[in-house]
Design a protein around this ligand. Structure first.
Ligand SMILES: Cc1cc2nc3c(=O)[nH]c(=O)nc-3n(C[C@H](O)[C@H](O)[C@H](O)COP(=O)(O)OP(=O)(O)OC[C@H]3O[C@@H](n4cnc5c(N)ncnc54)[C@H](O)[C@@H]3O)c2cc1C
Length: 308
């Protein structure tokens, strides 16, 4: 069967992918959006910091986004893209996990990141509810409560100094790592307690967070723990298309999300793991405008029978 052809294929239907689809569909481009349906903020019941939608359920934001892009004729495919091939001259081919192929002149990858959680009991259950990564997303809601920072990971001390803005009742768990003198002084100056010992478990009792269990067996009661997890970019499709990535796996890109592969752009958390919903959507909006401009350029070349 001949694959369906589109001006642009977007992989990923979180804030970034949906935002790009809206701009391109409103530019009267044919768009297919393929989405595996596992956005990063799925565990969070509420989304904060998005002007006019503060506290809105993120799942509803995406639902509205899907309705909006569908109204402009975007083809929504609720499947994962398993492989990608091709180039900007002959076109790109995306194949879903069920074997359906779609071809496109341009590709936007908005596949996000995977947050790697500590391999201890309770971490997964607490994630997005009591184990939090972003004070800008959740800090206000736990303000003045008894908070903790999960130490022994890159950036943990900096995170503790930041989280202190939301509560004076803050404990830094070293998690078995040694604190540099300078870091210990900074924590001291900010009135942040230091708790030694390795973290063995995040203890929940049903819907209640009990605290942090250390390997000594002691449980230190706190209301929430902040952690800076490693964020692994889902750049496998960039690599499959021949794109280059850095040591952490992020694609080499310019300010417009252009990868090293002509015709392939990345956006959202895939470019910047710190991007909030509003920032991811904003970057994708700009990327989509650039893609439309590329396509206009292509159309002109085709009309003048010029090589690409
Ligand atoms: C617990 C938690 C709470 C958060 N709270 C907030 C908050 O309150 N406010 C805020 O602004 N931000 C918050 N964030 C950050 C927010 O999640 C990100 O800013 C946002 O999700 C980035 O959007 P994105 O479109 O780049 O990626 P995502 O939303 O992660 O979307 C990526 C999509 O791509 C899909 N995908 C991946 N691979 C494939 C593939 N091969 N084929 C097809 N589809 C694929 C995924 O299934 C997913 O649907 C929170 C994050 C977490 C972890």
């Amino acid at each position: 069967m001949t694959p369906e052809q589109f001006d642009t294929a977007i992989v990923g239907g979180g804030a970034a992918g949906l935002s790009a689809a809206l701009v391109l569909a409103r530019s009267r481009r044919s768009v297919v959006l393929l989405d595996a349906g596992a956005p990063r903020n799925a565990p969070a019941a509420h989304m904060h910091g998005f002007l006019s939608r503060d506290g809105f359920p993120p799942s509803q934001l995406r639902e509205i986004g899907r309705e909006e892009i569908a109204s402009y004729g975007v083809r929504l495919v609720p499947h994962s893209v398993a492989s990608a091939r091709g180039d900007v001259v002959d076109g790109f081919v995306l194949t879903t996990d069920e074997g359906t192929e779609f071809t496109a002149r341009r590709i936007i990858l908005a596949t996000g990141v995977e947050d790697v959680l500590p391999d201890i009991p309770g971490a997964r259950e607490a994630w997005g509810r009591f184990l939090l990564h972003c004070p800008y997303c959740h800090g206000y809601e736990v303000g003045d409560r008894s908070l903790a920072v999960y130490g022994g990971v890159p950036g943990a001390v900096v995170q503790a100094l930041l989280v202190r803005q939301w509560s004076a009742d803050l404990t830094y768990f070293t998690n078995g790592s040694a604190l540099a003198d300078e870091d210990a002084q900074l924590l001291h100056v900010r009135g942040i307690r230091v708790q030694d010992g390795r973290i063995a478990e995040l203890v929940l009792d049903g819907e209640r967070f009990v605290g942090v269990r250390l390997d000594s067996g002691d449980i230190v009661p706190v209301d929430a723990v902040f952690l800076r997890p490693e964020s692994r970019p889902r750049t496998d499709l960039v690599v499959a298309l021949g794109g280059s990535v850095d040591g952490a796996g992020f694609a080499h890109v310019d300010a417009s999300g252009r990868t090293s592969v002509p015709g392939v752009r990345v956006t959202g958390n895939l470019v910047d793991p710190r991007a909030q919903v509003i920032t991811a959507a904003g970057h994708a909006n700009a990327v989509a405008m650039d893609v439309n401009a590329d396509l206009v350029d292509d159309d002109i070349r085709a009309e003048r029978r010029m090589p690409r």
